[in-house]
Design a protein around this ligand. Structure first.
Ligand SMILES: Nc1ncnc2c1ncn2[C@@H]1O[C@H](COP(=O)(O)O)[C@@H](O)[C@H]1OP(=O)(O)O
Ligand SMILES: [Mg+2]
Ligand SMILES: [Mg+2]
Ligand SMILES: [Mg+2]
Length: 324
C-alpha cells in the first residue's frame, strides 16, 4: 500500500491543528472537566475537528478512533464553549459553522477495526494548561500494526534547532522530524550506549500517571545515574527517537492500579521510536495491543528504549516484582 497521500493529508492537518492549539495557548486556556474528572480545553476539541475534517474529506471510509466527542458540547449549557471552538476553527477554515464543527468532532467516534486512525488531538492536556509540553498524536493502524505515526509537538525544543517539531514515521521506512511549520526532514536515530551525556531517562511530569520511585530505581539499575527528565505527553517518545534519552518508563501508578492505557496515547509515539531503531513494549515485554479495543486491556505499563537496553530493563522490572 502506498501511504504517501495519507501522510501528506495527515501532516497538513496536524499543522493546522498545531496553529489552533498555539493560538489557544497564547490566550491562556481554561480547563473544562470531563466526566472522568480529567481536563479538556477548547483546543482539544478544535484540534480534533480540524484533523477529522481533513481526514474524512479525503479518506471517508477510514474510521477515526479519537479521544474526544461532542456529546457534552451539544448541551445548551455548552453554548459559550462551542462558540469559542467554532471561532478558533474559523481562523483556519473561515466558512466553518457550529454544526459542522460538532459533526467534525464526532467523526472521531469511529470503532477499532481492520484499518483505522487513532487520534489524540491534545495529548498531555495538563501540560498544555501549564504552558508546558503537549502533543498532537495521529496513527494509522492496519490489521493491528501501526503503519503510520505522526506526532506534532508544537512547544518542543530539542538540544538543537527551533521550537516545534513534527515527527513522522512509516513502517519499514524510518522516522523523520521536521519543523512543525514546514522544512527539511531530519532522520531520527535512537541514542548509542557510548553516548553517555544523552543516556538519560524521561518520565511524566504528573506523578500520578506512573510510579516515579520504581521508575527511578529501574533506571539506576540499568546504569542511568542522572536525574530523570520530566516531560508531559508523547513528546517523550519524540525525545527518545531523537536520541536525546535512552529510556522512557511509564509503570503502573500505585494510586490507579486499574488504569489501562488508551491506544491514542501510544500508537503514534511507538512507531516513531521503533522506526528510529528503538523498542516499545509493556512492562512484561509484551507488544502493545493496538488491534482489539481503544484501551489496551491486556497490557500493563509502557517501556520505551533505544533497543539495546530493552531486555535488561524488562529483566530489572521482573526481578523487582519477584522481590517485592
Ligand atoms: N492514572 C493515569 N495513569 C497513566 N496515564 C494517565 C492516567 N490518567 C491520565 N493519563 C493519561 O496520561 C496522558 C498524559 O500523560 P503524561 O503527560 O503524564 O505522559 C494523557 O493521555 C492522560 O490521559 P487522557 O488523554 O485521558 O487525559
Ligand atoms: Mg484527555
Ligand atoms: Mg488528549
Ligand atoms: Mg492523551
Amino acid at each position: 500500500m502506498n501511504y504517501n497521500l495519507l501522510k501528506e493529508i495527515a501532516i497538513a492537518s496536524i499543522q493546522q491543528a498545531s496553529k489552533l492549539c498555539e493560538e489557544v495557548r497564547k490566550n491562556i486556556p481554561q480547563a473544562i472537566e470531563k466526566e472522568d474528572k480529567s481536563p479538556v480545553t477548547v483546543a482539544d476539541f478544535g484540534s480534533q475537528a480540524l484533523i477529522c475534517k481533513a481526514l474524512k474529506e479525503t479518506f471517508p471510509n477510514i474510521p477515526i478512533v479519537g479521544e474526544e466527542d461532542a456529546t457534552e458540547l451539544r448541551k445548551p449549557e455548552s453554548g459559550d464553549t462551542i462558540n469559542k471552538i467554532t471561532d478558533y476553527v474559523k481562523n483556519i477554515i473561515p466558512s466553518a459553522t457550529t454544526d459542522e464543527v460538532l459533526q467534525w468532532i464526532d467523526y472521531g467516534n469511529g470503532k477499532v477495526g481492520d484499518c483505522f486512525w487513532t487520534l489524540d488531538p491534545i495529548d498531555g492536556t495538563k501540560g498544555f494548561l501549564r504552558q508546558d509540553q503537549y502533543a498532537i498524536a495521529l496513527a494509522l493502524i492496519v490489521e493491528g500494526e501501526v503503519k503510520l505515526g505522526l506526532l506534532g509537538c508544537p512547544a518542543l525544543k530539542l538540544s538543537q534547532g527551533e521550537t516545534g517539531w513534527l515527527f513522522v514515521a512509516e513502517r519499514g521506512k524510518g522516522a523523520y522530524r521536521m519543523p512543525i511549520a514546514g522544512g527539511e526532514m531530519i532522520k531520527q536515530k535512537v541514542v548509542d550506549k557510548e553516548d553517555v551525556s544523552r543516556f538519560r531517562f524521561v518520565e511524566s511530569v504528573e506523578a500520578s500517571h506512573g510510579n516515579q520511585s520504581l521508575q527511578n530505581t529501574i533506571a539506576q539499575s540499568v546504569g542511568i545515574t542522572s536525574e530523570s527528565v520530566r516531560v508531559d505527553s508523547q513528546a517523550k517518545y519524540g525525545i527518545v527517537s531523537s536520541g536525546e534519552a535512552a529510556l522512557y518508563l511509564r509503570l503502573p501508578s500505585p494510586k490507579y492500579p486499574n488504569y489501562r492505557e488508551n491506544i491514542w496515547d501510544h500508537a503514534a509515539g511507538a512507531i516513531v521510536v521503533e522506526e528510529a531503531g528503538g523498542k516499545v513494549s509493556d512492562m512484561y515485554g509484551k507488544p502493545l495491543d493496538f488491534a482489539t479495543a481503544s484501551k489496551m486491556n491486556d497490557n500493563r505499563g509502557v517501556v520505551v528504549t533505544n533497543g539495546i537496553i530493552h531486555d535488561t530493563v524488562i529483566n530489572a522490572i521482573q526481578s523487582h516484582n519477584q522481590n517485592s
